[in-house]
Ligand binder design. Structure first.
Ligand SMILES: C[S@@+](CC[C@H](N)C(=O)[O-])C[C@H]1O[C@@H](n2cnc3c(N)ncnc32)[C@H](O)[C@@H]1O
Length: 283
């Protein structure tokens, strides 16, 4: 048996030496997971005794985290907006920056009773669609992803949260072959220029799926494809809210304007980066 405080201190030092910026917090998450507790149950100053079996589980997790495997994938779930979502190898780990898209939608349509028909292109874990379904109790939605395992993961998240009656998920290539008239299209497409992916932190470069990151030579390939389908798939006065990579606002606005959409605004994330673009179908 060993005390939790000693274990946490040693683990934090190892994580920090491996370059993990949030070493103390990660150590606490992993120990809580190994003990079958929530983070809050670990207590800030409690001195829990940790048995040998739990220490062995913790050690395995710690080694993996020291190799920069993402915390979220090790503990198997993570929060997005107000939702606890299961993570899987096929889904991008949802980023707090992407919550800007949900805030943008709510600012545009404050009336939560709207029966919105929502399309989420590149749904991943389903985070964007499920957050909107949660905020608008009469909304229904379709999530599309090219990766069949991501589609399964998103559907499992919907079922676990009790949103399966209002959502569908299917494999697809952006808007190709889709029909329908959506009030809202959301998307966080892959937008990292291909050559920059290997320069990202190991948690992203080694463990997020390439399909979720790679935006082609200039990072804009997916926007070009998505722009082609927006006007056809949006209802009159329907809106699209797309996530942007840093510095992409001007290029993506030009692409969307050329595709006949009206720019309504750009919304910054908490770091001040223009993160969401809002366009409307006036056609
Ligand atoms: C940046 S991730 C976003 C995932 C999730 N919506 C989020 O915000 O965390 C992009 C997603 O687009 C999917 N994707 C890539 N190419 C696609 C395509 N041609 N058609 C549909 N989905 C695609 C990837 O599999 C990935 O799940």
């Amino acid at each position: 048996m060993s005390g939790s405080q000693e274990i946490l201190k040693a683990a934090s030092q190892r994580l920090a030496a491996a370059g993990v910026e949030t070493a103390q917090l990660d150590a606490r998450y992993l120990l809580a997971f190994a003990l079958g507790l929530r983070l809050s149950e670990l207590g800030l100053s409690s001195r829990l005794e940790v048995g040998f079996e739990q220490q062995a589980i913790f050690e395995t997790l710690l080694r993996r985290r020291c190799r920069r495997e993402p915390l979220q994938r090790l503990i198997g779930h993570w929060d997005f907006w107000s939702l606890d979502l299961m993570m899987g190898d096929a889904g991008l780990i949802p980023r707090p920056d992407s919550e800007t898209l949900i805030e943008t939608v709510i600012a545009h349509w404050p009336d939560r009773s709207l029966p919105l028909r929502v399309l989420d292109l590149g749904t991943g874990t389903g985070c964007l669609l499920l957050a909107i379904i949660c905020e608008y109790p009469k909304a229904t939605g379709l999530g599309v992803d090219k990766n069949p395992e991501a589609v399964q993961l998103a559907a499992a998240n919907a079922a676990r949260l009790g949103f399966d009656a209002r959502t569908n998920f299917q494999v697809g290539d952006w808007g190709q072959g889709l029909e329908g008239s959506f009030d809202l299209i959301v998307s966080n497409p892959p937008y990292i220029p291909s050559r920059q992916i290997d320069e990202l932190e190991p948690e992203v470069a080694l463990y997020d799926p390439r399909l979720a990151l790679d935006g082609g030579g200039d990072g804009l390939d997916a926007y070009r494809r998505i722009a082609m389908d927006l006007q056809r798939l949006l209802a009159p006065r329907g809106i699209a809210v797309l996530e942007l990579g840093a510095g992409q606002a001007a290029d993506v606005s030009a692409l969307l304007s050329a595709a006949g959409l009206e720019l309504l605004g750009l919304h910054a994330d908490l770091g001040g980066v223009e993160r969401a673009i809002l366009v409307e179908n006036r056609g």
